[in-house]
Write a protein that binds this ligand. Sequence first.
Ligand SMILES: *[C@@H]1O[C@H](CO)[C@@H](O)[C@H](O)[C@H]1NC(C)=O
Ligand SMILES: *[C@@H]1O[C@H](CO)[C@@H](O)[C@H](O)[C@H]1NC(C)=O
Ligand SMILES: *[C@@H]1O[C@H](CO)[C@@H](O)[C@H](O)[C@H]1NC(C)=O
Ligand SMILES: *[C@@H]1O[C@H](CO)[C@@H](O)[C@H](O)[C@H]1NC(C)=O
Length: 188
Amino acid sequence: MLVLLVSDLHMPERSPNVPKKFRELLVPGKIQHVLCSGNLTSRTSLDFLRNIAGDVHVVRGDCDRSETSWPDEKVVRIGNLSIGMIHGHQVFPNNSQKALEAVRRSLQVDILVHGSTHEQKVDEIDGNLFINPGSLTGASTSSGDKCQPAFALLDINGSACTLYRYKLGSDNKVDVQPLEFKKRCPAA
Ligand SMILES: *[C@@H]1O[C@H](CO)[C@@H](O)[C@H](O)[C@H]1NC(C)=O
Ligand SMILES: *[C@@H]1O[C@H](CO)[C@@H](O)[C@H](O)[C@H]1NC(C)=O
Ligand SMILES: *[C@@H]1O[C@H](CO)[C@@H](O)[C@H](O)[C@H]1NC(C)=O
Ligand SMILES: *[C@@H]1O[C@H](CO)[C@@H](O)[C@H](O)[C@H]1NC(C)=O
């Protein structure tokens, strides 16, 4: 079961398209689910994701305000893993692990997918996984900083998964780093 994790596309106003190297990988019919943690900023982004897989879940970023049908947070269950999604602008202070852990606990999920910083970041803490997939388009941040295009792919089998972290280098080469994760069984 393949699950694509993306965030912060900001298409088309900050980035005209998803990098070609990524578009070649993200072809229809290979991936079953897409989870997007916000700031798509347009229907163009959503259409791109819908073309990849039939099952697309999005949460609203602070720039997606007009999309009132999108929730601020969402929990999906795939295999035997529960995955929470949040954009992250609601989390204060920004990017603080303590604040993200509080969100994870309130959603009662094994994995929390967030976004908003445009920087890929993955942490396994106390048996739970925190994933910021980065910006799929490498869109610059609100302060104008350049970003490396990135996304993540989860291959889920029951209570275990492999997370593949994709990044596009300045040499236009795709770097992939795997990480194994297994849900901890609750203490008997
Ligand atoms: C699903 O996860 C729970 C722990 O949350 C575990 O007790 C159960 O055995 C798992 N089921 C399967 C089918 O892996
Ligand atoms: C936190 O995020 C908000 C919303 O994106 C931003 O306005 C603010 O500058 C950020 N603060 C820090 C300390 O990064
Ligand atoms: C979402 O996009 C808006 C508009 O580009 C930006 O101002 C905001 O900082 C982004 N959100 C976060 C949390 O980065
Ligand atoms: C999925 O996990 C089960 C149990 O851990 C294992 O026997 C099986 O080979 C795995 N399937 C795949 C496709 O990796």
